[in-house]
Write a protein that binds this ligand. Structure first.
Ligand SMILES: Nc1ncnc2c1ncn2[C@@H]1O[C@H](COP(=O)(O)OP(=O)(O)OP(=O)(O)O)[C@@H](O)[C@H]1O
Ligand SMILES: [Mg+2]
Length: 247
């Protein structure tokens, strides 16, 4: 068994009386690509925000890289990073300025070369002097992914990283994420509503529904457990089972 880089024990998050994350436990090994799957409102974004310490848990424990998140969040944050299609970067700066600001915050040495290579990697080098507010949503996503790789994180948290990408760039991003994992043993936790993508790049899937883990395993294990042909059918089975229960 590989090194455990994330350990979550009996994690719960309430918003008022509403339970967003309900007593969940799981662990993640170094170098795993783990997909959080589940319907809208299942608790995926909440879980990522909890793992980043952006919101505090109502109950439970989170250990990242062996460190208790509550006790030493700073020691963890320098070794992880985050990207979301829905969190935009400061819009009045150019792409280059934005990445420079983050690189300086992260204390990256020789950051100009690093920024250059990331802009090239995500095919946005020609936009480096454009204002961030003028980017299309897919271009903003690529900028956000470039930011997330600046500090060569040990763990990457990605909330719907490919949601606004065109099929070509989405495919390149998947290939890139796999190659980063293969080269650097980076652990990647991500969410997506693209079932084909989930099936293709996840080593393991945690299936969330109403804040609870209802299935966990390799894509094939989950498909077999639900006696379906593919993940899309598993998803529909679960969603429709819920409707039947309500009726
Ligand atoms: N800041 C908040 N205040 C109150 N309720 C919240 C807050 N953030 C999330 N919730 C609630 O918690 C639940 C889980 O939301 P979350 O955003 O984690 O879902 P999700 O799985 O990411 O869904 P989606 O697929 O739509 O992105 C939802 O019922 C949501 O309404
Ligand atoms: Mg979400």
């Amino acid at each position: 068994m590989g090194l455990r880089v994330i350990e979550v024990n009996h994690l719960t998050k309430l918003f008022g009386n509403a339970v967003a994350v309900n007593d969940i436990s799981f662990s993640v090994e170094e170098g795993e690509i783990l997909g959080f799957l589940g319907p809208n409102g299942a608790g995926k974004t909440t879980l990522i925000q909890l793992l980043l310490g952006l919101i505090t848990a109502t109950a439970g424990e989170i250990k990242i890289l062996g460190i208790d998140l509550i006790k030493d969040r700073e020691a963890i944050l320098s070794q992880v990073n985050f990207s979301s299609s829905y969190v935009s970067m400061p819009t009045s700066l150019t792409l280059w300025e934005n990445l420079s600001v983050f690189a300086k915050l992260y204390g990256i040495k020789n950051h100009e070369g690093k920024i250059d290579s990331l802009l090239t990697l995500f095919e946005i080098n020609h936009l480096k002097d454009s204002l961030t507010r003028n980017l299309s949503s897919g271009q903003q996503t690529r900028l956000s992914l470039a930011k997330a790789l600046l500090n060569s994180p040990k763990i990457l948290f990605l909330d719907e990283p490919t949601a606004s990408l065109d099929p070509d760039i989405a495919d390149k991003t998947r290939t890139l994420l796999k190659s980063i994992r293969n080269k650097s043993r980076t652990t990647i936790l991500y969410t997506s509503h693209n079932m084909k993508e989930m099936q293709e790049i996840s080593d393991r899937i945690v299936f969330l529904d109403q804040g609870e883990i209802i299935a966990c395993g390799t894509p094939n294990e989950i498909i077999q457990n639900f006696e379906e042909e593919n993940l899309e059918d598993v998803f529909l089975k679960i969603a429709r089972r819920k409707v039947e229960n309500i009726e």
